[in-house]
Design a protein around this ligand. Structure first.
Ligand code: SAM
Length: 513
C-alpha cells in the first residue's frame, strides 16, 4: 500500500521547514478528544474519558485476545517461573493441518500483543509522570547495563541451574566476586526480574528467573549481551565527547568507540586483534539476526527475480560467504550469481564446497566496494546489511563506484533496515524503538546511520541523478526492507517491473514509493 501522498509531503516538508510552534492551540486542547492533536498528551481538564481509562480498556481488550489465542493453541502463559516462555509463543507451523487459519491467528495475536505492549508502556509513563520518568533514566536505568555486564562478565547466570537456589556465599566462591559487591549487583538485577530472591530464604539466596536463565541458555544472546555491554556501552558513554572532539565527523574511526578505547583503529580492526572479542562480535550479530523477521529468505521470496531474463547476472556486493545468494541460486536457477567481498571472507567462502545444484551458478570475487565495480552490465547489483554500516560519505562512494559498470535499466537493490517516521498521534511501537536504538548503536561504534525511506531516496538522488528510486518494499513479516533504484541516466528507461510494483501483495507488508 503506497504511503499517502500527504504523508510523503509531510515528511519532505518537515525536513525543509524551519522550527515553528507545534502545539495544539489553547482552544483545541481544552475541547473534546476529537480535536486533540495529541491523544497521548494528558489533557489537564478532560471532558471525556481520561486517557488512563482509555488505555486500561485497551489493555483489557488486547490481553483478552492474547489470552484466548494462548488457550486456543494450548500454549504456555507468560510467567516468571524459570521454565516460562522466553518470547511470544507460536504453535509449531510445520507439518500437515497448519492451515492459513493458524497463520492468521498467530498474526492477529502478535498484532494484539504489540498493541498491548505499547499501551502498557504509555500507561506506565502516564501514571508515573514525567518527573519519575527522568529519575528512572538518570538513576535506576543508568545502572541496569552495569549490573547485566557484571552478570555476563562473572558468568553468574551459569553458576547454578534453573529450578535450584544458591546462596550469596556459594555464588561468591563460584564467581570470584566479593559477597558485598555481589549482593548489591544482584539486588539491582532482581529489580529487573533478572534473578529473584529465593522464596524460602530471600535474604541469603537467589533463584533464576526466565531472563537470568536465558543468559545461560542462549549463547547468541549471551554473546550479544557481552558485545553490547563490554564494547558498545562504553562507546555510547563517549559519543558526546567524540562529537565534541570530531564535530560532524563521518569517519568510522572517529566515533565514541575510538574515544572510549583511546584508539585510532576502526571497531572491526580493534576487535579483530582479540580472538575472543571478534568471535563474540560474530556470534552476537547472529543473535541480532536470529529471529525470522531478519531472515534473508524474505528478500529472496519478495523480490521479483523471476522477471530477470534467462541467463541474467546478479551481483551480491559485500555478500559475506554467500548465504543469501545460495538461497537465491537454489530458487532462481535461470540466473548467474557473483558474490563479492574482501579477501579473507572470499577465501573462507571458497574453502567450503558449494552444493552441487548451484555450483556452476555461483562465483566468488574479491572486490572492495569503494573501488570501481569490476562486473559490467549485470542486471541486478544488490547489497544486504552493508550500507547501514557506513555514514553517507561512504555510502555515496559505494553507490558511485557502481556507475561506470551500470547498463541502462540495471537495478541497484539494497536490503537493509528502515527507520520509522515519527507518528505524533500514535507514538512509537516497540519494534520501532529497537530500530531507533540501532541507529544510535551505529553512531556510537562506527559513525554510521540507519535511514528512513526518505533517507534512502536522498542517498540515491545525491549519489547521481541517473539513479531513479523505484520504491521501498517491506517483505511480509520481515524487518529488512528492499530499496530499489534503476539506472536511468537519460530518463528514458521504461520500467516494466520492480519490487514495489510486481511483488504479489500477499508477500508484502508495506510499499513506499
Ligand atoms: C554485515 S556483513 C553482511 C554480509 C552479507 N551481505 C549478509 O547479509 O550476511 C557486511 C559485509 O561487508 C563486507 N565488507 C566490509 N567492507 C567491505 C569493503 N570495503 N568491500 C567489500 N566488502 C566489505 C564484510 O566483509 C561483510 O561480509
Amino acid at each position: 500500500m503506497p504511503a499517502p501522498s500527504s504523508m510523503r509531503a509531510a515528511m519532505r516538508l518537515s525536513r525543509n521547514t524551519r522550527a515553528r510552534v507545534c502545539f495544539p492551540s489553547a482552544s483545541l486542547s481544552s475541547t473534546s478528544s476529537s480535536h486533540n492533536l495529541f491523544p497521548q498528551t494528558v489533557r489537564a481538564a478532560s471532558t471525556t474519558t481520561s486517557r488512563i481509562l482509555q488505555l486500561s480498556a485497551q489493555i483489557a481488550a488486547k490481553t483478552a485476545v492474547v489470552d484466548e489465542y494462548i488457550n486456543k493453541y494450548n500454549l504456555p502463559h507468560a510467567s516468571f517461573a524459570p521454565d516460562a516462555p522466553t518470547e511470544f509463543p507460536s504453535p509449531g507451523l510445520e507439518g500437515d493441518g497448519k492451515s492459513a487459519q493458524v497463520l492468521d491467528d498467530v498474526s492477529a495475536a502478535k498484532a494484539a500483543h504489540a498493541e498491548l505492549v505499547k499501551a502498557v508502556d504509555e500507561m506506565k509513563d502516564l501514571v508515573e509522570g514525567p518527573k519519575e520518568k527522568i529519575r528512572s533514566v538518570i538513576l535506576k536505568d543508568l545502572f541496569s547495563p552495569l549490573v547485566v555486564q557484571a552478570i555476563y562478565h562473572y558468568r553468574i547466570a551459569h553458576a547454578f541451574p534453573p529450578g535450584e537456589s544458591i546462596t550469596y556465599e556459594d555464588l561468591t566462591s563460584k564467581s570470584g566476586l566479593p559477597v558485598k559487591n555481589l549482593r548489591r549487583l544482584i539486588y539491582h538485577a532482581t529489580t529487573l526480574r533478572i534473578f529473584a530472591p529465593c522464596p524460602v530464604s530471600p535474604i541469603t539466596s537467589i533463584v533464576h528467573t526466565p531472563a537470568s536463565a536465558l543468559l545461560a541458555k542462549n549463547p547468541f544472546l549471551e554473546a550479544l549481551t557481552g558485545f553490547m555491554l563490554e564494547d558498545v556501552w562504553k562507546a555510547a558513554a563517549h559519543v558526546v565527547d567524540a562529537m565534541d572532539k570530531w564535530p560532524g565527523s563521518e569517519e568510522p574511526n572517529q566515533s565514541g568507540f575510538q574515544h572510549a578505547w583511546q584508539t585510532e583503529e576502526t571497531l572491526f580492526k580493534a576487535l579483530s586483534s582479540s580472538k575472543s572479542r571478534i568471535e563474540r562480535f560474530g556470534k552476537g550479530m547472529k543473535g541480532i539476526h536470529q529471529g525470522s523477521e531478519y531472515a534473508g529468505k524474505a528478500f529472496v521470496e519478495a523480490y521479483p527475480w523471476e522477471k530477470i531474463p534467462e541467463g541474467g547476472t546478479v551481483v551480491d556486493i559485500g555478500g559475506g560467504v554467500g548465504h543469501t545468494t545460495f538461497d537465491l541460486a537454489d530458487t532462481h536457477s535461470h540466473l548467474n550469481y557473483i558474490v563479492q567481498d574482501l579477501p579473507p571472507t572470499i577465501a573462507t567462502a571458497k574453502a567450503t564446497p558449494l552444493p552441487p545444484q548451484i555450483a556452476d551458478k555461483v562465483q566468488f570475487e574479491v572486490h572492495d566496494f569503494f573501488k570501481p565495480q569490476p562486473v559490467h552490465g549485470a542486471d541486478v547489483y544488490f547489497s544486504r546489511f552493508c550500507f547501514h554500516n557506513w555514514s553517507d560519505k561512504y555510502a555515496l562512494q559505494m553507490l558511485r563506484s557502481l556507475i561506470p559498470a551500470l547498463k541502462k535499466g540495471a537495478r541497484v537493490v539494497i536490503n537493509d533496515g528502515v527507520l520509522p517516521i515519527p507518528d505524533a498521534v500514535n507514538g512509537w511501537k516497540a519494534e520501532e524503538k529497537h530500530l531507533i536504538s540501532m541507529d544510535l548503536i551505529m553512531l556510537s561504534i562506527v559513525n554510521a546511520r540507519e535511514r528512513d525511506v526518505e533517507g534512502w531516496r536522498e542517498l540515491f538522488r545525491e549519489a547521481d541523478p541517473g539513479f531513479r528510486f523505484l520504491g521501498a518494499t517491506k517483505p511480509k513479516g520481515n524487518m529488512v526492507w528492499i530499496m530499489e533504484a534503476v539506472w536511468d541516466p537519460e530518463g528514458d528507461v521504461h520500467v516494466e517491473w520492480s519490487a514495489a510494483e510486481s511483488t504479489p501483495k500477499d508477500r508484502v507488508d508495506e510499499v513506499l514509493r
